[in-house]
Structures are given as structure tokens and as C-alpha cells.
Design a protein around this ligand. Structure first.
Ligand code: FAD
Ligand code: EPU
Length: 347
């Protein structure tokens, strides 16, 4: 197991911003993961588990150990009522989706091209085009960091919600996801109710055709991190009360919102777009010209450029719509996770 001191994190996160960490180590097995957490040398250093770094903003040098999860392995069991997949946490999620579609194991196609590791998928319950991770999840295997024992959580145990799970709350920093169990039901049922997928004719519906369409839409709309650094949607779509939604809608009849129970989920991209912020630049950071919810590293952006731009967006949306945006991207500070409000308060 190789470790690197004062390592540059730029190749390890999709924003591609220059930032360093005290120690960087790549783990290939659960045993190596345990060794890192139990190491005498690194005992007093904070630790951060990283997949592909596609939901991360390193705001400063991280004075701790960044652990890159590369625990690999896939097992499939073909059962009468569905495929059961046991996938190690370090497997690449988009490769997994492409592979499953190619092998005629339908069910993951709507979640194509979401960068990241399989083990990161449960953390924010990844979702796109009408499907969330929770819809295909059977279990999540975790390494408990107090006992160093492996425990299996059922889908219900994970308390999945929109961009949320138990891993952001009760199990925060208490466990590492080492594997996931997926169940892809037979017979396959297409999920094509989301926006542009509706236009796919029923005769053309297959796991492969949905996969192709999702890839096409994503390629058109979202910037490729290999070309322009980014971390996908920078903010979550805010979930607001029906009362507030009705008040905002009275002033802005075109507002895009999706009812969820007593609340309404509002399209944050629309809100930012309405502020006229598409293409807005701050140093090397820029609001993407095709998708206002994405901040890109347009030209050697620093983390401060991104922070200043995110602050401007949040203030503009609040001033115009009385709606608070919460960032989806995880902000990592010098010793632990931080957030935009905390950084702004300390300035
Ligand atoms: P990282 O960014 O490395 O980590 C994210 C968080 O999870 C960190 O807090 C990290 O500490 C923690 N973590 C990572 N691995 C583990 C583990 N094994 N155990 C415990 N904690 C862990 N997201 C969507 O939901 N839908 C989308 O459509 C979508 N589109 C995107 C498009 C682009 C172009 C990009 C760049 C991002 C997009 N995202 C999307 C966000 C991102 O792909 C997901 O959040 C993804 O799951 C992150 O995986 P990762 O391996 O890169 O995680
Ligand atoms: N919109 C605008 N202007 C913009 C962007 C969007 O008006 O600049 C409008 C669109 O016209 C549409 C609505 O906002 O009416 C929603 O846009 P879109 O379908 O592009 O989806 P989104 O809400 O912006 C969410 C997820 C994405 C996911 C897509 C597809 C969040 C925060 N984002 O984006 O996930 O891929 O839906 O399901 O929930 C991510 O989390 O990183 C991510 C990319």
C-alpha cells in the first residue's frame, strides 16, 4: 500500500482545482482500509474517504489522510425474479451501469453517466431521470469504524431520501461503505416518465434505448469533467412549503416545481437562470452556459473563486425568490468538512 506526503489532490477530484493533503493513500482491500484507520503513525490525523471526488470542493489544504477507495469486485446471481449484484465500493459506477446494460441486466440505465464509485452512490442516494439509488438497492455493507466489523444495512436501514441518507447523519464519519447489493427486478419495467424520456416511443423502449437517450441528454447538457472541471449540480433543488411556493408562483408564474407531498421541489437551475447568471464568471470559475446549476472550472479556478461565485448565486436567489439554496457539493476544510455558510461567517 503506497502513501504519498503533501500530495496534490487535483487528479483525484473532478473540479480539478489545485489543493493538497498531508497524506494520500489508495486502498485495495478491506484489510488495507482497516490498516489505515488503525495506523499509529496516522492515528491523530483526520481521515477522509474519497471515491472519484466528483462531489467535492477542497476549500483548503487538508491536514489529514485522504483514503482513495479502490476496493474492486463484482458478483452476479441470476435468480428467477431478478438479478442480484454484489459490487465492491471502489468499482466505477458509470462503468457498472454500461456493463449491466450490455449484459442484459436491465434496471440501472436511468443512472448512466453519473461519475463516481459504487460505494459513494448510497451516500447521497444518487438520482437521475426518475430513478434513485434506493430503487435498486437491496443492502449496503459498511465497515464500522468503532469496532472494525462489517455490518449489512438493509435498504430501509439506510433512510434514503432526496440526496440524503443515514451516512450524512447518524453514520457520518462512523462507517465506510465497502460494498453495495443491488436487485434488478424481472420482468424489467421501463421508467420513462421523466422529462425528455417521455418522448421515447413505446416500441423503442428497452434498457439499451433508455441508456442511449440518457447518455445523449447528459452529454448535451452537462459539461464533461475531463474537459471542464465541475462537480455536477452545485446546489440541491430546494424543497419548500406549498405556501412559499404559491407566494413565489404568484409573482413568477413560470417557476418550475414538482409537488412532493405537502412540499414542492423547485428547479434550482431555473431560479439561477432567472437571475441572469448563466455564464457569470468569478476569476476562473463560471456558471455553466447550458445548465445554471453547474459551476465549472473554466480557467484555472481556485477554490475561493468557486466559493465567491456560489455565495453570489445564493444571495441573488434569496433576494429574488426568498428561497435558500443548500449546496449538494461537499466542502472539505483544513481538518474536517465545512460549508458555505460557515466559510462566509468566518470571513
Ligand atoms: P466523492 O465525491 O469522492 O465523495 C462524496 C462524499 O461521499 C464524500 O463526503 C466522501 O467522503 C463520501 N464517501 C465516498 N465514498 C465513501 C464510502 N465508500 N464510504 C463512506 N463515505 C464515502 N449526482 C447525482 O445524484 N445525480 C446526477 O445525475 C449526478 N450527475 C453528475 C454529473 C457530473 C458531471 C458530476 C461531476 C457529478 C454528478 N453527480 C450526480 C454527483 C456525483 O456524481 C455523485 O455524488 C457521486 O455519487 C459521487 O461519487 P464519488 O465516488 O465521486 O464520491
Ligand atoms: N432549468 C432552467 N435553466 C437551467 C437549468 C435548468 O430553466 O439553466 C430548468 C429546466 O428547463 C427544467 C428544470 O430546470 O425545467 C430541471 O432541469 P434538469 O432536468 O436539467 O434537472 P435539474 O433539476 O437541473 C436534476 C439533478 C441532476 C440530475 C437531473 C436529471 C439535482 C440537484 N440535480 O437536475 O443531478 O442529473 O435532475 O434527473 O437534483 C447532480 O446531482 O449532480 C445532478 C447532475
Amino acid at each position: 500500500m503506497q502513501s504519498y506526503l503533501n500530495a496534490n489532490l487535483k487528479p483525484f477530484h473532478t473540479f480539478s482545482i489545485d489543493q493538497t493533503c498531508e497524506v494520500l493513500v489508495e486502498v485495495h482491500s478491506v484489510e488495507e482500509l482497516i490498516t489505515v484507520y488503525q495506523s499509529e503513525e496516522w492515528k491523530h490525523l483526520p481521515k477522509l474517504i474519497l471515491g472519484k471526488g466528483s462531489n467535492m470542493l477542497f476549500t483548503r489544504h487538508f491536514s489529514g489522510v485522504v483514503i482513495i477507495n479502490r476496493i474492486l469486485g463484482k458478483k452476479v446471481s441470476d435468480e428467477p425474479n431478478g438479478f442480484k449484484l454484489h459490487i465492491s465500493g471502489g468499482e466505477d459506477w458509470p462503468d457498472l451501469v454500461g456493463w449491466s446494460v450490455e449484459k442484459n441486466m436491465a434496471g440501472l440505465e436511468n443512472l448512466a453517466m453519473i461519475p463516481g464509485c459504487a460505494g459513494s452512490a448510497p451516500i447521497q442516494n444518487i438520482g437521475a431521470y426518475g430513478v434513485e439509488f434506493k430503487d435498486v438497492c437491496e443492502y449496503v455493507d459498511i465497515l464500522c469504524l468503532d469496532t472494525f466489523k462489517v455490518k449489512r444495512l438493509s435498504r430501509n436501514d439506510c433512510l434514503f431520501d432526496y440526496r440524503d441518507s443515514i451516512f450524512k447523519h447518524d453514520l457520518y464519519e462512523k462507517s465506510v461503505v465497502i460494498a453495495i447489493g443491488l436487485f434488478l427486478e424481472k420482468p424489467w419495467k421501463a421508467c420513462n416518465h421523466y422529462g425528455p424520456l417521455k418522448e421515447l416511443g413505446s416500441d423503442k423502449l428497452s434498457s439499451q434505448s433508455i441508456f442511449n437517450e440518457v447518455c445523449k441528454i447528459r452529454t448535451e447538457k452537462l459539461p464533461d469533467p475531463m474537459q471542464q472541471g465541475n462537480a455536477g449540480s452545485f446546489f440541491k433543488n430546494p424543497v419548500i412549503s406549498k405556501d412559499l411556493f404559491d407566494r413565489v408562483q404568484a409573482k413568477f408564474p413560470d417557476i418550475v416545481g414538482y409537488p412532493c407531498g405537502e412540499t414542492v421541489k423547485v428547479a434550482a437551475g431555473w431560479l439561477i437562470d432567472q437571475c441572469g447568471y448563466k455564464g457569470l464568471r468569478e476569476g476562473g470559475a463560471q456558471i455553466h452556459a447550458k445548465q445554471a446549476l453547474v459551476i465549472i472550472n473554466a480557467d484555472s479556478a481556485t477554490s475561493d473563486d468557486v466559493i465567491i461565485l456560489a455565495k453570489r448565486v445564493r444571495e441573488a436567489v434569496r433576494a429574488r425568490f426568498e428561497i435558500d439554496l443548500e449546496h449538494e457539493v461537499r466542502f472539505i476544510g483544513n481538518k474536517c468538512e465545512t460549508n458555505l455558510a460557515e466559510i462566509v461567517d468566518n470571513q
